[in-house]
Design a protein around this ligand. Sequence first.
Ligand SMILES: Cc1cc2nc3c(=O)[nH]c(=O)nc-3n(C[C@H](O)[C@H](O)[C@H](O)COP(=O)(O)OP(=O)(O)OC[C@H]3O[C@@H](n4cnc5c(N)ncnc54)[C@H](O)[C@@H]3O)c2cc1C
Length: 414
Amino acid sequence: MSTPSTPIAIIGAGLSGLTLALALHAHSIPSTLYESRPCPLDIGGAIMLSPNALKILDTLGVYQHISPLGFHFEKLSFRSHDDHPIDDFDFGSRDKHGYKALRIYRYELINVLLSMVRAAGISIEYNKKFSHVTAETPEDITWAFADGTSATARLLVGADGIHSLVRKHLYPDLTPQFTNMIGVTAAVPRAQLKTEPNYPLPVTIMSPQHGAFVIAPQRADGSEVLIGKQKRLEQEEHDRAGWNELMENNNKSWCIDFLRQGSQDFPPIVANAVSDIPLKGINLWPFYFVPKLDTWTRGRVVILGDAAHAIPPTAGQGVNQAFEDVYTFAGVVAKQREQCQSSQGDLDAAVRMDKALKKWQLGRQARVDKVLELNDQLNRRRLPNAGEAGHLEPFDLEWLYGVNFEESIAEWAS
Ligand SMILES: Cc1cc2nc3c(=O)[nH]c(=O)nc-3n(C[C@H](O)[C@H](O)[C@H](O)COP(=O)(O)OP(=O)(O)OC[C@H]3O[C@@H](n4cnc5c(N)ncnc54)[C@H](O)[C@@H]3O)c2cc1C
């Protein structure tokens, strides 16, 4: 059974999908969301939003609702194993970039986005897993869901994450590669750190033997902190069931052991942080690699967010770049629609849209590439002898946080 055609179908109601639906709605472009999981989506952990994404969320009316729910901060500090400052990295600044950075639980952000999507009357269907495209014509595209039903739209957008099935339509043989690295994190009360109140947080403490230990406040009042380390796994990767099994409470004690390992070689704040680790709040983040893709669009299919680019966590830009994708994509589609109203028919409009989406993809990829370069620079500065040459120059991050999206949209849609 095929459901009626919608102008734009969005596969995945995660952060990219929900925000895309709102961004399209702001231009009066209707869309329908399809999400494979049941509602509500309560995928663990908090994320860090930087000014480039916060500007977008502000324009869409989301920021005012999330600002009271998260922890505001400006810098990530880096310290040595004997607790000396090494470096810091601007994650936001009201004076320089218009917004402080915001650390917010993912479910809180999703709840706000979802209630705004519902208030806007945007249709969203849960337990609807996209399977594969079944037909494409010059006018529309039809696909099957895993439950045997199908649907049709003018444009199909894959916002379905790093393991995207929509991407399979563009790259049938591509499978994300597990890097063998996972982030192991937990949540503990801030008071447990027993540091003076002005100890710089969030902080990454670097140990030559044990790598980096991260401590980052969360909750609006900063009363809770994430603690975390990265681990290289010796065994094979897991499928989703395998990861879920590793996340069962009775299987999580290895995470506590791992977080505690080597704490005596860090400053006392780390031993305090790991002294009592509740099982609830432990999270795993397996890192996958997706090669740079030549194209994010083909015919009536587009991919964006993690489906289009997997960005390693170093500069904390994964989700922030996903917001940039969706906002600029909606802007380009809206501009094309305006221009097509004065154009000479559907074929002309389709060619123009193809050209505009190609420019959008190349422009977006160029920014993603710059973020990847920034990740590399940051990684080099975390090497044990990086600070020996003397003072580390602060990064100029105006290109990242001070970006003018409206200018980019106008250029890509021209
Ligand atoms: C534990 C963890 C911590 C992280 N922390 C940070 C951080 O601090 N900062 C940061 O920038 N990034 C962080 N990331 C990365 C960040 O979460 C991603 O960049 C971001 O979620 C990408 O959003 P997305 O909407 O594109 O994809 P996703 O968030 O993966 O959403 C995809 C959605 O599509 C749905 N879906 C998948 N397949 C289908 C299908 N076939 N049919 C229908 N629906 C489908 C999924 O259920 C999901 O809801 C973290 C990731 C993890 C796992």
